[in-house]
Write a new protein. Structure first.
Length: 307
């Protein structure tokens, strides 16, 4: 199968690309390298350094004729979406529409799209399921959710199938601790370097962390299953940020105490998501415990030169 992956040089996208290639698919990557890195690119992909807003995107579709598009390119910073909502919308909505128009014009059969848990806001009940009310607290949440509506419209008007996946907090190899890096990456890199990370708030806030290789498997399932529905990709478990810090320290045999900073505005206190719907649809469930996923992540950082 010919698959075009946007954002395929990024953390999640590049892992998905590797999974597609291991399953025998032909993969094309479009990435402007604003977040992605050339070093993440699989040697077997054909790479185009291009922004999804670029009008030249249609030439790539005309040449490559992908059957499926896995759309992971995005503006991913919540604070940036608050500071510059126009740019956020330009990338996440207009850029995505440019992509969908290419899909329409060049016969793409399916679009796989990662939405975000940011659309739920402060949960009314836990675990969060796909029917949980939405309460976006940032422009980022609004733009990520908007494309869910467009995908439904493109299915109804042009018969392009879709799968929407709402990821929990994804972590794993290739995640960058700088910029919008996740807390797992920050803890792993800093503790490896004997630096004390800062926990914002009291550390009692809880999150659902899903390993990137489990996310890859969900995307592989979506290639041939899960048509025209929305699914949570999560673990249905929670851990406090304090306990996460202690887990990383214990794995590395480090005796550290975190520094606590002020709670960040808009941070959600508690969140975890059920994966019941995707499990019932295709049998997907997370294969990695948090401890095993963190061990594999730490090994990646060590191989990359951290002590």
């Amino acid at each position: 199968m010919k698959i075009l992956v946007t954002g395929g040089a990024g953390f999640i996208g590049s892992n998905i690309v590797d999974g597609f290639i291991e399953n025998g698919h032909d993969v094309v990557v479009v990435d402007n390298l604003s977040h992605g890195k050339r070093g993440n690119l699989n040697s077997k992909v054909k790479f185009y350094n291009l922004d999804i807003r670029d009008k030249e995107l249609n030439k790539i579709f005309e040449s490559e004729r992908p059957e499926v598009v896995c759309h992971h390119a995005a503006q991913i910073s919540v604070p940036k979406s608050v500071d510059n909502p126009i740019e956020d919308a330009d990338i996440n909505i207009i850029g995505s529409l440019n992509l969908l128009e290419c899909c329409r014009l060049y016969g793409v059969k399916k679009v796989i799209y990662p939405a975000s848990a940011a659309i739920f806001g402060e949960p009314i009940y836990l675990p969060i399921d796909e029917n949980h009310p939405l309460d976006m607290m940032s422009g980022y949440g609004v733009t990520k959710h908007t494309l869910e509506h467009y995908l439904k419209v493109y299915k109804e008007l042009y018969n392009i199938n879709y799968t929407v996946m709402r990821y929990a907090n994804v972590y794993g190899p290739r995640q960058d601790s700088t910029g919008e890096g996740g807390v797992v990456a920050i803890f792993c890199e800093k503790i490896l370097e004997n630096e004390v990370p800062t926990i914002f708030g009291n550390g009692e806030q809880t999150r659902d962390f899903v390993f990137v290789k489990d996310v890859v498997e969900a995307n592989i399932k979506a290639l041939t299953e899960l048509d025209n529905e929305i699914y949570n990709v999560a673990t249905n478990t929670k851990i406090s940020i304090d306990d996460l810090f202690n887990m990383v320290c214990n794995i590395l045999n480090k005796d550290m105490k975190p520094v606590y900073g002020e709670e960040r505005a808009g941070d959600i206190r508690h969140s975890y998501m059920t994966y019941k719907k995707i499990n019932e649809a295709c049998g997907w469930k997370p294969q990695y415990s948090l401890e095993n996923g963190i061990k594999e992540t730490i090994n990646y950082y060590i191989e990359k030169g951290h002590k």
